[in-house]
Design a protein around this ligand. Structure first.
Ligand code: GDP
Ligand code: IMO
Ligand code: MG
Length: 427
């Protein structure tokens, strides 16, 4: 029986998961999303086309590959319809290539309203949510009130919907939140109609049977480890398990069926939304990273906060996920720097530590840096790893030594082709 390989973010999201899933898709038969929802924005670029996916797995542009939206995902019918319409317009036969779990939960218009009301009530303490209704939908899932894809087909679906909406209205009233639901419902029902026309399956059976029949599976994570509801910088996190364990619960894959774990990270670091970010830069270097890296959210367009790479955070993420191979993205964004800083430790309360402290949200954490020489070379034109400048090679080798996991892919631009393979990828 084959194993499921997993690709997930090691930082605060937007590491470049979409690009690399697309690059690796030809090696797999099935690509499966296991958590998150339209808070994700996964960008792919090829043949001069740039495309952003939110719910649909990033294997959708390849033929002969199944794209499974797993039970751990939350689906907004309105956004999914928009995504599908855009792909169909480009000639992608989504209906043929995509399968949706009956057990995935549905984001209602009132979940989005509740997200907005909750953020407004938090004021200065707000999470910086994407306002896609993610938190309220997962709350209804764990609160055992949610509506699942399979429920859309039930004769009493409308009553179930009304019952849950009634509950939401009470909370919105408590928040004194103004809204007009009648403006939102037509698009919701249109989206529900579209989901009912898709291939809806018991995805855990499908994935396991496919593995038994020799098929290969790549699980695609959303967000990043530092946004995990258990292990991220709580409460400034998302509402799902973004880590390797999320693959097990979000696709129905047993732990002993997980194979390679690809951990993906930027050669520096970004974060969008509120919360701690020890290596964040507020100077010219930070601005350069933001400008050269085009660091604006793929879902919300918000500017991303930028800073240097953070080894204590990466070591933590590697441990939690059991990462077997590392993928370093956006090395080209560092092309212009004379020197590159790497955070090796934090100073907290007069003590030097090399791990993320529990109270990272409330404590002052000062990063300790090591400086490495920059390469001052345009990496975007390189086509093989043999061509990389010696300074980049030293940077990669230094990180490998510190993190104790091989870096097997180095990305030097947003296009599919700007991907340098450095050794083993598939087991
Ligand atoms: P994801 O959420 O992890 O899929 O990442 P996003 O798509 O939100 O953000 C990554 C951004 O970086 C996108 O705009 C990509 O097109 C871009 N990108 C990916 N890899 C590289 C790279 O190696 N170099 C540069 N310059 N941009 C990249
Ligand atoms: P991808 O998959 C970056 C952040 C939000 C906010 C916090 C909670 O593209 O890497 P939520 O909407 O989930 O309630 O927001 O998490 N966030 C992301 N940041 N990339 C993402 O996804 C994100 N999804 C959520 O900015 O800080
Ligand atoms: Mg993104």
């Amino acid at each position: 029986m084959n194993k499921v390989d997993v690709l997930l973010g090691l930082q605060w999201g937007d590491e470049g998961k979409g690009k690399i899933v697309d690059v690796l898709t030809p090696k797999y038969d099935i690509i499966g999303r296991f958590q998150g929802g339209p808070n994700a924005g996964h960008t792919l670029e090829f043949d001069g086309i740039k495309h952003v996916l939110h719910t649909i797995p990033s294997g959708i542009f390849h033929d002969g590959v199944e794209n499974v939206v797993g039970n751990g995902v939350v689906i907004d019918p309105v956004i999914l319809k928009k995504e599908i319409d855009a792909l169909v317009e480009m000639g992608v036969d989504v209906n043929k290539k995509m399968l949706v779990s009956k057990k995935a939960h549905i984001i209602l218009p009132t979940h989005r309203l509740l997200d907005a009301a909750s953020e407004a009530a938090k004021g200065k303490e707000k999470i910086g949510s994407t306002l896609k209704g993610i938190g309220p939908t997962y709350m209804d899932k764990t609160g055992r009130n949610g509506i699942r894809v399979g429920d859309l087909f039930l004769p009493d679906f409308k009553q179930r919907y009304e019952k849950l909406v009634e509950k939401h209205k009470q909370i919105l009233k408590f928040h004194q939140f103004d809204y007009d639901l009648s403006e939102l419902e037509p698009a919701f029902y249109e989206g529900v109609g579209l989901i009912k026309s898709l291939t809806v399956i018991d995805s855990e059976h499908h994935i396991n049977n496919s593995m038994l029949n020799g098929k290969t599976v790549l699980a695609e994570g959303a967000q990043g480890t530092l946004l995990d509801v258990d292990f991220g910088s709580y409460p400034f996190v998302t509402s799902s398990n973004t880590t390797a364990a999320g693959t097990c619960t979000g696709l129905g894959v047993a732990p002993n069926r997980v194979g390679e774990v690809f951990g993906i990270f930027k050669a520096y670091c970004t974060r969008v939304g509120s919360g701690p970010f020890p290596t964040e830069l507020f100077d010219e270097d930070g601005k350069t990273l933001a400008t050269v890296g085009h660091e604006f959210g793929a879902t919300t367009g918000r500017p991303r906060r930028c800073g240097w790479i953070d080894l204590p955070a990466l070591k933590y993420a590697i441990m939690i996920n059991g990462v077997t191979q590392l993928i370093m993205m956006k090395a080209d964004v560092l092309d212009g720097f004379d020197t590159i800083k790497v955070c090796t430790h934090y100073d907290v309360d007069g003590e030097r530590i090399d791990y993320m402290p529990y109270d990272i949200v409330s404590k002052e954490v000062t990063p300790v840096y090591k400086e490495l020489p920059g390469w001052k070379t345009d990496l975007t034109k390189l086509s093989s790893i043999e061509e990389i400048p010696s300074e980049l090679n030293s940077y990669v080798e230094y990180l490998e030594q510190e993190l104790n996991v091989p870096i097997t892919i180095v990305s030097v631009g947003p296009d599919r082709k700007q991907t340098l393979m450095r050794g083993k990828v598939l087991a």
